[in-house]
Design a protein around this ligand. Structure first.
Ligand code: ATP
Ligand code: MG
Length: 475
């Protein structure tokens, strides 16, 4: 059945190819490929280490215990490397996944009118004194002085900076609003207990967006739009995320929601009503409250990782910095604001935490650092001749599916057995693994194609492989 299926697929691909290439035939794929010789090979990566568990423990030393699965797996395969408590080097695989996550975030933010900016991490103390957060934030704020004795902090969030920026534009018309300004930058917080790897760091990436509207109604509308965009983001990542009512905390304002990924290691507790869908962080409920405040049905409690947070701010910040716009009557009015955070590094670690098994990393498909890993036969094995077929398959995929350029990795450590490298590939969680085993010696050659997220295995010809991979979504 499988053979028949792949042959049918192969035929349809051939038909498409010859149609598109107007008579030049599929063999053309072999010759004029500029990418040839530029194959990404695993042996040259600054690389995944695949450490034993005891080696991982000693990496974190005494400074921080290994506290959760995602932290252990990420250290073990060399996605992150500890630098100091709560600070990690993000290694190449992680940076690739982060770049993809940032692209998905950009798409969602731009779809609702977001404009990307990039504000300095060094934030002048006087801005923070103006809102009184210089004192309110206490030890969490990382403070420093420049050579002239002027005080700064390393931005833990940017309400002050962005409001002062908008306030500096003196002639904003109501017709220009809303402004939705966002950035993806490093944030600094001297957390009392940095832990769980990237889930709670002292230096981490956040997407923070700030909205400026001309009326409370318009601002509420914007607030709703951003919440929908967050919902869409998590759906695209294949992550179940629950929006819960939340406390406004030190940021202030009048309404707030958190986006929680249900997980046992989550540091937040929230309650959900299965009857009416009400959900809230338990901090916002009365102590020991077990009934839903909306419909009086029973509440169930769960633990979650807070991956996003939205606040309706009103004029709390615009009134301090005088962030105004000119209304239809030509009168200056204060802008109505909202602010919206997404923990970018936290989302990555949280996704690994909820999707992975104890031993194997699993990524949201869109974020996998590499989509495909090719495993050629072991040197000196009976199948060794198929190694060349694997090189050809690589080039064939590059030519037929340009969207996968940069996404296909060749595990050229051919001194190791296929089984051994497959085990590694499983641990790293490449969504698709393709092996040149015994059936690569058949005519035509058949490759073993593993879909790691579903556990499915099929044998396909090279045309079948490209048709199969044409379904892969990349950002
Ligand atoms: P928490 O309650 O987990 O300390 P917070 O409520 O203080 O977070 P916000 O000010 O709402 O955090 O920041 C927006 C988002 O930034 C959070 O929803 C979270 O995803 C992320 N974030 C906050 N602190 C950290 C941290 N120390 N490490 C990684 N991500 C963080
Ligand atoms: Mg929060």
């Amino acid at each position: 059945m499988k053979g028949l299926l792949s042959r049918c697929r192969a035929l349809s691909v051939l038909a498409i190819c010859s149609h598109q290439l107007s008579g030049s035939g599929p063999h053309r794929f072999y010759h004029c490929d500029p990418e040839r010789g530029k194959r990404l090979v695993l042996s040259r990566m600054f690389q995944p280490q695949n450490l034993r568990e005891d080696q991982v423990l000693s990496l974190e030393g005494t400074s921080g215990d290994l506290t959760c699965k995602s932290q252990r797996l990420m250290l073990q395969v060399g996605l992150i490397h500890p630098a100091s408590p709560g600070c990690y080097h993000l290694l190449p695989y992680t940076v690739r996944a982060m770049e993809k996550l940032e692209r998905v975030i950009d798409q969602e933010m731009r779809a609702i009118g977001g404009q990307k900016v990039n504000m300095p991490s060094l934030s002048p103390g006087e801005l923070w004194r103006a809102t009184n957060r210089w004192d309110l934030m206490g030890k969490e704020l990382l403070r420093l002085r420049d050579r002239h004795g002027k005080e700064y902090c390393l931005g833990p969030t940017h309400e002050e900076a962005v409001t002062a920026l908008v306030a500096s534009q003196k002639t904003v018309s109501y017709k220009q609003l809303p402004f939705l300004l966002y950035q993806v930058t490093r944030k600094f917080r001297d957390e009392p207990r940095p832990r769980f790897g990237l889930l709670r760091g002292r230096e981490f990436y956040m997407k923070d967006m700030y909205s400026f509207d001309s009326s409370p109604e318009a601002a509420q509308h914007t607030y709703g739009l951003v919440c929908e965009a967050y919902g869409s983001l998590f759906r695209r990542l294949g992550l179940r995320c629950i929006r819960v009512r939340a406390d406004v905390g030190s940021i202030g304002g009048t309404a707030s929601h958190e986006f929680q990924l249900p997980a046992d290691i989550g540091e937040d507790r929230f309650a959900v009503c299965s009857g009416c869908g009400f959900s809230a962080n338990t901090e916002t409920l009365r102590w020991l409250q077990t009934d839903c405040p909306a419909c009086r049905g029973p509440l169930t409690e769960a633990r979650g990782i807070e991956v996003g947070h939205t606040f309706y701010l009103g004029t709390k910040y615009s009134s301090i910095f005088n962030a105004q716009f000119i209304d239809a009557q030509g009168k200056p009015c204060l802008a109505e604001m909202g602010c919206y955070g997404l923990g970018v590094t936290r989302i990555l670690a949280a996704a690994i935490e909820v999707l992975s098994t104890e031993d194997c990393i699993r990524w949201p498909g869109l974020l996998a650092p590499y989509q495909v890993c090719l495993i050629p036969p072991k040197k000196g094995s009976k199948e060794e001749v198929a190694a060349e077929l694997m090189d050809h398959l690589y080039d064939f995929i590059m030519e037929a599916l340009p969207q996968l350029r940069g996404e296909v990795l060749l595990d050229d450590r051919t001194h190791r057995t296929i089984g051994n490298r497959l085990k590694d590939a499983n641990k790293f969680g490449y969504p698709f693994v393709i092996i040149a085993g015994k059936r690569a010696l058949e005519d035509p050659a058949h490759f073993e194609v593993w879909s790691q997220n579903t556990g499915e295995v099929v044998f396909l010809t090279r045309e079948g492989v490209t048709e199969f991979l044409s379904q892969v979504q990349v950002v």
